[in-house]
Write a protein that binds this ligand. Structure first.
Ligand SMILES: O=C(O)CCC(=O)C(=O)O
Length: 266
């Protein structure tokens, strides 16, 4: 079950991504949302009681290690909110079940061509109303330092809320995975080196506007990004990346094998 279809594989090879609609029904989504909000609350509580690493400021962005997660705070001084957390599954066990869900890992195993997988990264993007844009970038160059088998890492995004142009859904530039690592922005500080200079590509961006519960699977080198959340609702997403078995995660250097036979999954 859950195999990649020939059409999906073809689209992945030509355009660098494919999507599946409504993979998670509302009842399951609700449970995942509860898990991520619980993780978010625990991080805020830990920070409030001083149980957090030092605040690191890179350019105008703030990062902090809290509960084993690298927390990126929102850029706006007036908005005390978490922007992203990575890794996050260690904070709420329910997220471990999501990582082991064959609806997510099986298509990745097919694309990678490897039956046994381990986790490369899990990340929660919590884009609250007013949440900041994420500039154009590729994961490949970002992950290059630390990946043990970069060529065989595949990434995906689970939409926990409807993703719309208004609320800052993901955008991709189809076909750009074929360029490999592109030039980054110059003269934009330290983080500018992580962002892609899209003036160098001819392809046009498209929004990946999908209903909650849908999943997009992406090549590590596809150029992607997102805009400000201009709506009044949250736009939350859970991003996973898988790699062959036996390797360590990108951030915490620990191995987390994918469990294939969990009773909660068919
Ligand atoms: O969720 C988003 O807005 C952008 C996600 C993304 O590209 C990332 O976290 O690398």
């Amino acid at each position: 079950m859950h195999e990649v279809t020939p059409e999906e594989r073809d689209q992945y090879e030509k355009l660098g991504y494919f999507t599946r609609l409504n993979v998670f029904p509302e009842a399951e989504l609700q449970s995942i949302r509860e898990a991520i909000e619980n993780a978010h609350t625990k991080v805020l509580d830990a920070e409030s009681r001083g149980d957090a690493g030092p605040l690191e400021v890179v350019d105008n962005q703030k990062f902090q290690d809290i509960l084993g997660s690298t927390v990126k705070w929102e850029w706006d001084e007036n908005l005390r909110a978490v922007r992203s957390m990575e890794p996050v599954f260690q904070i709420d066990d329910r997220l471990g079940d999501v990582i082991d869900d064959p609806r997510l890992w099986k298509p990745c195993a097919d694309i990678i061509g490897c039956d046994e997988l381990s986790l490369f990264s899990d990340k929660l993007n919590v884009k609250r109303p007013g949440g900041a844009p994420f500039p154009w970038h590729q994961e490949g160059p970002y992950w290059a330092y630390g990946a043990e088998d970069l060529e065989r890492v595949i990434t995906l995004i689970v939409y926990l809320d409807d993703g719309t142009v208004e609320n800052g859904c993901l955008w991709v530039i189809p076909g750009t995975h074929k360029y490999g690592a592109l030039e980054s922005l110059k003269d934009r500080g330290t983080l500018g080196r992580l962002y892609t200079d899209v003036d160098l590509v001819d392809e046009e961006p498209i929004p990946i506007d999908l209903p909650a519960g849908s999943v997009g699977f992406f090549h590590r080198d596809i150029v992607h990004g997102s805009q400000t959340n201009r709506s009044e609702e949250d736009r939350r997403a859970y991003l996973l990346a898988y790699q062959p078995s036996g390797l360590v995660q990108w951030r915490n250097r620990q191995n987390r094998e994918i469990r294939r036979d969990t009773s909660s999954h068919s």
